[in-house]
Structures are given as C-alpha cells and as structure tokens.
Ligand binder design. Structure first.
Ligand SMILES: [Mn+2]
Length: 496
C-alpha cells in the first residue's frame, strides 16, 4: 500500500492499541504528521480502560509532543480509521466503527486484511513501517524536530534497546534519523518502575534450570517487554548457563526474549522455532525475541514453551566438518547446473581504496574496494565479494544487465561520504560454467554444520534440506536448502 492511496479520505482517525507503547505512539504520531501536512482532518486516539501512566511514556508524550488523545468513549463514525501497531478486530484494540478501515502494523497477521493494509511482519517496529511509507512519498521526517526521536525510540523499545533488530530496513531508518540523544537517555532511564524491579527479582528467584543442555527458563508476570531483556541478559551471566528464555503471558500475547552465549545455539533461530506457526520471532545470533498468540496454543503456554525448548535441543546433531568424514554409499552423485546470477564491478562505482558497507538481508559487511573487487548477487539476493580472477574462472558474462527483485534490495554505502547506492541498478548478468560434482542426500534429521571456512558460525540443515560433499574434497561439506537444490544441481545417472 502507498500512503497517498489514503488521501481520497478527508476525515481520518488513527487509533493505536489500548495501553499504547512507545512504538504505537511514534507510528501514530508520524502518520498524524503526514496527514496534517496533506491538509487532512486527522486525529490520533487510543481507547481501553487505562490511561498511560508509565513514566517513560509520560515523558515521551510531553517532551516529544505526541498529538494523541485518550478517548475511551469515542463513538463517531469517521470516513477512515487506521489502526496502527495493531490490527482492526484484535482483542487489544477497542473496536471503533468507521466507513473504511486501513491497517498498518508489523505483527503477525491474525485478521482478514482490508484492501488498505501494510503489514510487514518481519520488521522490528511499526515505526519503521510508517517511516518507510512516508519516505516512499518523497518526504523526510527529519523536517520535524521531534518525530525522528520518537521513531527511534519506538524501534529502540520494540527491539530491546536495538539488540533484537534483524531487518535491514530497521537499520536504514536508524541511519537516516537525526535524533535528540539526551531524550532517549532520559526515557530509557525511566524504563523500570519499582514494581517491575520486583517482577525482575521474582522471575529470577523462580528460575528453572535444565542441566543437560545448560539452559534457563524464567517466567515473569506481565510487564513491559523490555524487562524480559533485562532478566535474560542478567541471567545469562550465570556460570554454566548457555541459553536463557524469559517470557510472560498476558491475555493477548506471550512475549519472550532469548539469549545465547554459545556458538552451538543461534538465539534468532531458537526464537523463530519457538514462534513457528503460532507467532513469530527473530533477532541476532546472541540476542533475539518474539511473540506468540495464546489463542493459537492448544497447551498451557508454560508447558508449550518447556516442551518446545526440549524439542529444539533434542532435534539436531552437531557436525564439525574438519573432524567429519561422511559415508557416501547412500548418497547420489550430482552435477552443478549453469546458474545465471548478477555481478557488480565495485571500481566502476567507487574509487579504489574506498571503504564501503554492503547491506543485505543477512546483515552488513564492510569491505575495501580494490581495482579487481566484484560483488556477486546470488539467486536468493544474497551478496558476497569476489575477486576478478575467481569471477572469470567460474563465470562468463552474458553482456546484459541483471534484473531481479528481492525481499530487500541490497545497497552499498560509501563509509567516507555516507552516500548510498543501490546494487541492482549496476548489476550485470553472468552465468556459471557448472560441472562441479558433489555427493548429496536429503537430511532425515536436523544438523548444525560448522564448515571448513567458518568454525564460528553454523549452518542449519532442516529435514529435507540436502547435505553435500564436494567430490574432490571429503571435508568440504555443506548444506543446500531444499527449495533451491533442484535449481542448482542435476543428478547423474549411475552407469552400470
Ligand atoms: Mn510495535
């Protein structure tokens, strides 16, 4: 959806969820700013039984002049109602009647979406979603003195002080905002009330420790989600504890934080596993979080999480390729197919020795541009550097531009000037020679694989993904996701 599609309406009400948090306040304020600029009659409201009292939010409302009003009895029938940081019809937002509905959110989709909807479930905050919509209209929120700080604080609060960010769009927003740092400090130091300090202590006192896999589960009473980060960060410092899960259950949501300090468990993957099919989770390798919809659970939430944790730790085996030799007797021989991919000659865009940061869905990579540096763009939008000699040995040019669209288009930033360039507009198509031979078979159990090139970070193979060995090197073992395997390899019929 584009925000300008909503300009056909004149009487607009923006409503965030009851008991608003910083992200709801910031995203609503940004929408209010946009529609005011477009000369619309617009109001920003919240409803429900409670008026905001949390000290950091009271500071946010006054110091950042958030234009919201508390309207528990609201009974008008506006032309357009936009629910922000929540979805119309969900239990955490008091129902307001309106002639047209729009939804702007970043949670998992739980309702039938109306025609006007922008729900980006894998993004860290609704503030980011709104910031991006405004940016796509050619406007800059930095024109306003307070909005950038509000949006920053919205993302900051929803991602445990930015530690659970996983989407590059969130990082793009952080880079672009001009904020009042002192206000962020002031708000984040009014984050915990004395009551929440007590909740933290109680959760820690009642920990459950699972010795076989060295993890802790800590249940807190419903509280601000940031408290979960405080609890899990602190508990992870315990000797002989490698992984922590802290969570609370309220009628609308089960919220959780995951922390890991062992290279054998990626917190973002465990968080995604806990929320799979019933919510969603993600973040970084060491810090992550997520949420679950209680109505989607058949079991009691505490039992569900305990079982799911045990399931996670029992379902995979760990392979360190340098000490592993796999038996190829039950594997088939495959040949690599020629692949059309993209490449960018970095020296065509930047002068030699420029430090650049490449932003992709998997994270940021910093490299220095040399005369012979190229970037490869793989079939899933993954980006990695390559030098000219290797490029020429493995690929041949097709003499035309490479055009494809991905979930997030990779971009390159010149670190000296801050100037940003999109990668795809410079990409040329090349095709790989193909022909490499591998032995492979689909996995019948999950594997965490530490490859020869990276002993710090494992690759996860799920059931159905392929485990492969290069024919000329028995230690070069890797994982290929099942959905791309047929595009990459073709089986060679055994000759009898
Ligand atoms: Mn939010």
């Amino acid at each position: 959806m584009k925000l300008s599609e909503l300009l056909q309406f004149n009487d607009i009400v923006i409503q965030c969820h009851d008991n608003p948090d910083a992200d709801a306040l910031a995203s609503g304020a940004a929408l209010h700013w946009y529609f005011t600029k477009m000369d619309k009659k617009v109001r920003f409201i919240y409803r429900g039984n409670n008026q905001t009292q949390k000290s950091n939010l009271v500071i946010m409302l006054s110091d950042l002049a958030i234009p919201i009003s508390y309207e528990p009895e609201f009974d008008e029938n506006p032309e357009l109602l936009i629910t922000v940081d929540c979805q119309y019809g969900q239990r955490n937002v008091t129902t307001t009647t309106a002639r047209n509905i729009a939804i702007i959110d970043h949670h998992q989709i739980t309702v039938t979406l109306p025609e006007f909807a922008e729900v980006r479930s894998n993004i860290g905050s609704c503030s980011t979603v709104v910031w991006n919509l405004i940016r796509e209209e050619g406007l800059d929120v930095n024109e306003d003195k307070n909005l950038p700080t509000a949006l920053y604080y919205g993302l900051y609060s929803d991602t445990n002080r930015l530690s659970e960010i996983s989407h590059p769009l969130d990082r793009d927003m952080l880079d672009s905002l001009t904020i009042q740092r002192s206000l962020i400090t002031k708000m984040s130091n009014a984050n915990i009330s004395l009551k929440e300090l007590k909740i933290t202590g109680k959760a820690i006192l009642e920990y459950e420790f699972f010795e076989d896999h060295k993890y802790l589960i800590l249940r807190a009473e419903p509280c601000d989600p940031n408290i979960l980060g405080v609890i899990s960060d602190f508990s992870l410092e315990t000797d002989s504890v490698d992984v922590c899960l802290a969570y609370y259950v309220n009628p609308y949501e089960i919220k959780y934080s995951v922390r890991s300090c062992t290279k054998e468990v990626h917190a973002n993957e465990l968080a995604a596993f806990l929320g799979e099919g019933v919510g969603g989770g993600g973040g970084h390798i060491y810090k992550a979080g997520g949420s679950i919809h209680p109505e989607k659970l058949v079991k009691d939430p505490a039992v569900y999480l305990k079982d799911r944790m045990a399931e996670y730790f029992n379902m995979y085996t760990i392979l360190y390729t340098k000490d592993t030799v796999l038996d190829t007797a039950d594997m088939s021989l495959y040949e690599k197919l020629p692949q059309e991919v993209g490449t960018v000659r970095l020296a065509d865009i930047f002068p030699a020795n420029t430090q650049v940061e490449i932003r992709t869905l998997e994270g940021d990579v910093v490299i220095s541009v040399e005369d012979d540096s190229f970037l490869m763009i793989g079939i899933e939008g993954e980006v990695y550097p390559i030098n000219q000699t290797k490029l020429l040995a493995r690929y041949k040019s097709l003499g035309r531009p490479y055009s494809r669209s991905f979930e997030y288009s990779p971009s390159i930033k010149n670190l000296a000037t801050g100037e940003k360039t999109d990668v795809m507009s410079h990409a040329q198509a090349v095709v790989s020679h193909g022909g490499g031979l591998i032995y492979a078979k689909p996995l019948d159990h999950c594997v965490k694989l530490f490859t020869l090139w990276d002993e710090e970070k494992y690759y996860l193979g799920n059931i159905g993904d392929y485990i492969a060995i290069r024919a000329e090197d028995e230690h070069d073992i890797y994982i290929i996701k099942k959905h791309i395997f047929p595009q990459l390899y073709k089986e060679i019929e055994p000759t009898i």
